[in-house]
Design a protein around this ligand. Structure first.
Ligand SMILES: C[S@@+](CC[C@H](N)C(=O)[O-])C[C@H]1O[C@@H](n2cnc3c(N)ncnc32)[C@H](O)[C@@H]1O
Length: 256
């Protein structure tokens, strides 16, 4: 299976327009291997025919975007941010949280269970571009190795052990699942009409170019209540981006 330069640039444009992710020429091999899998699954042999197909079939188009994006995540990733909330934000007020780009749910569940454990009242609106990831997130079933960073007492309290076909897996308990609502939200094209005390938008802007990062930060800032805090990924900074936020710790910014 081959991708000619015209097809590469067509596919790269589709990914950029939909997800804000710029596929440079260096990503040719990555695109080729992930596209090959979609071609095998859909029974196409020619890139040209597959491009026509995703132009007609929205579900396959979404699966193609899914195949290109990176969904890597794990429980308690970059947990200093949750610790910051627990150490600096009073548990007396209800916390409305948006977890943008939540992937398969480990990030919002990690926040929900730690905050619940510290007597916060909260709700989390957890969103992602990928329907496949959102489906996994709603199921809330994870292999044991994915929860290796969860402290033992929280694992016992907030997860159920699976049996039979779910041997070696755990499920997040209902009391935590009920704190998190999942929905599809594209950071590039969708508008958020709600306001939040806390927003996590971590490890996604790293894939965006400067213009897309600026647009995303504008959306996030607009969706923060005054005094609210935006957490970005630890390796993402808002350097070079216009914003009215004050940095309070590494990758954490308060709206004044
Ligand atoms: C690497 S994961 C990060 C997951 C989690 N935030 C974390 O830090 O562990 C990136 C996620 O961003 C999502 N994503 C990519 N482009 C997006 C967009 N334009 N709008 C919303 N989500 C997007 C992907 O589907 C993926 O699940």
């Amino acid at each position: 299976m081959e991708i000619n330069p015209k097809q590469f640039s067509k596919l790269a444009d589709l990914v950029y327009e939909e997800a804000g992710i710029r596929l440079t020429d260096q990503k040719y091999e990555l695109l080729k291997s992930r596209l090959a899998k979609r071609l095998r699954k859909t029974g196409y042999t020619l890139t040209r025919d597959y491009i026509d197909f995703i132009g007609r079939d929205r579900d396959e188009f979404n699966r193609f975007i899914d195949a290109i994006t990176t969904n890597h995540t794990f429980f308690f990733r970059e947990n200093a941010h949750c610790e910051y909330i627990i150490n600096n934000i009073s548990s007396s007020d209800f916390l409305k949280i948006w977890c943008a780009a939540c992937s398969s749910g480990e990030e919002p569940y990690s926040a929900a269970l730690q905050l619940a454990d510290n007597n916060y009242r909260l709700s989390i609106n957890a969103t992602d571009l990928s329907d496949t990831m959102l489906e996994k997130a709603r199921k809330a079933i994870f292999p044991m190795e994915r929860v290796s960073h969860v402290p033992a007492h929280m694992l016992r309290r907030y997860f159920q052990k699976g049996s039979n076909r779910y041997e070696g897996h755990v499920k997040v308990k209902k009391e935590i699942r009920d704190l998190v609502q999942f929905g599809r939200f594209n950071l590039i094209t969708d508008a958020m009409n709600d306001r939040f005390d806390i927003i996590f938008c971590r490890n996604v802007m790293i894939y965006f170019d400067a213009a897309t990062r600026q647009k995303t930060v504008d959306t996030l800032v607009q969706s923060l209540k005054p005094g609210g805090i935006l957490f970005t990924g630890m390796s993402e900074s808002l350097n070079g981006i216009r914003h009215p936020l004050k940095q309070v710790m590494s990758s954490a910014y308060r709206k004044i």
